[in-house]
Structures are given as C-alpha cells and as structure tokens.
Design a protein around this ligand. Sequence first.
Ligand code: NAD
Ligand code: MG
Length: 398
Amino acid sequence: MSKKKEQITVLGATGSIGVNTLDVIARHLDKYQVFALTAHQNLQLLKEQCLKFQPKYAVITDSQKVVLLKEALAAHNLETQVLSTIDDLNMVASHAQVDTVMAAIVGAAGLLPTLAAVKAGKKVLLANKEALVMSGSIFMQAVKEHGATLLPIDSEHNAIFQCLPEHFVSGGIQSCGIENIVLTGSGGPFLDKPLTEFTSITPDEACAHPNWDMGRKISVDSATMMNKGLELIEACWLFDVKPADIEVVLHPQSIIHSMVRYQDGSVLAQMGNPDMRTPIAHALAFPERIEVGVASLDFMQISQLTFDKPCFKRYPCLKLAIEAINQGGNMLATLNAANEVAVEAFLNKQIGFSQISAVIQQTLSQTGYAGVADLEAVLVADKAARQLAQQIMTEIQK
Ligand code: NAD
Ligand code: MG
C-alpha cells in the first residue's frame, strides 16, 4: 500500500523561501502534496504555482486581487478555492488535513497564521523569525502546550539544531556538555565599506547580498546586521539559552552556517553551500535526508574560511537587538516593529541607510519597559512601536 503523502501549507509561497520550498517539494511529489498556498500581492506567480501544484486552497491577502485570481484559475478549470482574509490564512495553517506548515511570510504579518499552525499542533517549519522574536515565550509555550513540532529553517538555527546532541533538552545546554553557541554571519554587503560612505547607500546596494538571494526586507536586515540580532533572539527562544551563551562571529564566506562549542574542546559545525534548499530539505524530511539539487561543497574550490568580530559602530542594529533581548518584555516587539517600519521607509527612499538604526534606537528609548503576559500585549506593543517609529521618522525627515 502506498504511504499517504504529507499535506503541506506554504505561507508566503511567492517569496524567496516559498519558492525554494516549492522547488524542494517538486522534486519529491511522491512524498509531499501541496494543500494550500498563500501570498500577499504576487498574483502572477501565485497563479503559476496553483497551476503547477493544484492546491485545495489559495489565499491572496491583497483583496483587490481575489477576483482576478479566481478568474485566472477558473479559466484553467482549476478547482482550487480562492480566499483572502487573515482568518483564511489561519484556516489553511490549522486545517485538520494539514500535516506541515512552512511559515515563510515576512514580518509581523506572519505571527497569527504561524501561531494558528502551532496551536493546531502541526509540524511547523519556521522561517518567519519575526513571529518568534515578537512573541518569544508565548510562542514557545504554545508549542509545548499544543504538542507542535517546531523545526528551524533559518540556516543558522537549522545548523545549530543539526549540531546539538540528540539528547538535547531545551534549556539544558550546560547539562548537555555545551559551552556556547557560535552564530555566524557574513556581515552583508558593507563589511568593508568605509563608514563615511554609509549615508549614500541605496536600497539596491543594500539588497545585493554577496552570498544569499533573499527577499528585500531580510536583505536590508543582513546589511545592517539586524538580521543577526533577530537571529540571536530567535536562538534564545528556540534553544532556551541566554544571550551570553551566544557568540556572534563574522564569517564572510557563509560556508559554516553556525556551530556548537562543547566543554570537551570539540566544536561541531554544519557546512554547505549557501542555498536555502538545504535547511528546507533538512526540516521537511527530518529525521530523514533527501536530495534537492544542492551541489556538495568542493573543498578544493574554497580557498579560505575567515572569521572576525562584528563591530557595533558598523552594525549598531546588532547592539540594539542584544540590548532588547537583555531587557525582554515589550522591547522585543518594539525592536521588531520599529525595524520593519524603518526598513520599509529606507526601501521607499524616505530615510537613509544610517537612519534605520537611529529610528529603532529612538523608538526603543522612548518606549517604557512593560512585561508581555499574552498575545494581546504583544500586538499592543507592536502597534504602539509602529506609530512611534512613524512619528520619529516624520521628525527626522523635517
Ligand atoms: P520575501 O519578501 O521574498 O517573501 C515574503 C512572502 O510573504 C511573500 O510570499 C509575500 O507574499 C508574503 N507576505 C508579505 N507580506 C504579507 C502580508 N502582509 N500578509 C500575508 N503575506 C505576506 O521574504 P523571504 O526572503 O522569503 O523571507 C520570508 C521569511 O523567512 C522572513 O521572515 C525572513 O526573515 C525568513 N528567512 C528568509 C531567508 C531567505 O533566504 N530568504 C533565510 C532565513 C530566514
Ligand atoms: Mg539566517
């Protein structure tokens, strides 16, 4: 008897992670079946994906495009049901027929559908780091309570996960003989750029990452190293470790995706070519391994692996993120929201590159610390920080 195929919802199917996920699925259609695809605005790509994978549901959250997508799919006699609201996103993330959810919406917009998948006890492949950064302990508590399986897609966290011992218990790094976690980062496109030239950086320059091809928001985050800051916070929640247990190391070649340092002097690293299909395949097939068309490392081609310490003068956003996780509470949702607002403004050429960190820093310093007991408090902190960051930007632009 043939095995039932794993039913998958891809949240954020038209993004960089979504496209890579569908590439992996397409290579293993004997194992996986697409149940639902979601996107915000990219009607053309979502239509093509629907024609190829014939999902039960397609959700397009830009309401102006719903009718167009319905017409386009009907013209091909496709039975895919087209939906549009946030409730619809939550529904396809938590549907009883779904086994696995790829959480690959960018930013805070992904929080509720990702949590819906968690609360339905799904296998959740987490790319949407912002969701975890914002809601931290509430998110992890929900994973525990609802018996969800959380597997990291972020290449660093996937690498750490692969280097942890099999008997690893969350919160128990010392008892597992671990000394610390080494979180590597390339340093982005401005690793060697003179600081005096930072004011003239354009969005296209910031999005031209030397090693990874990613969405525009995370590309800017990589250039400021806010991405590494968000990842440090993500690692604290995922593995239940303290910020002081994580060492951020610059590694411009992006070959070592992160490491775990053990008390006996061993350091385990996960390596590979920078291609997100590797962590996606790892999490999707876990604990098995599948082939996904990623070339294996050719050590004769790698001339060198180098390491350095990140400088907070070049990467002030990294420092802000470390300060936010040390404070905790509403500071994490505030950091994330202010960053989202500032990055969008930078991409729209409303503020300069160096002003991104200034907006975040001022938003954080003008926000009083408060604990966050529930999701409602997280959403309140998110909204307040967006308003404050907008006000601060208006001041800056005067
Ligand atoms: P992207 O911008 O390429 O794609 C984002 C996806 O989210 C798109 O499908 C878009 O339609 C959808 N989306 C955007 N706004 C939405 C909204 N308001 N409501 C519903 N859907 C919305 O982004 P990406 O690079 O694929 O990144 C996705 C997530 O994965 C981010 O959280 C990012 O930090 C994380 N991540 C990405 C990479 C990478 O290599 N791209 C690596 C690690 C982690
Ligand atoms: Mg990463």
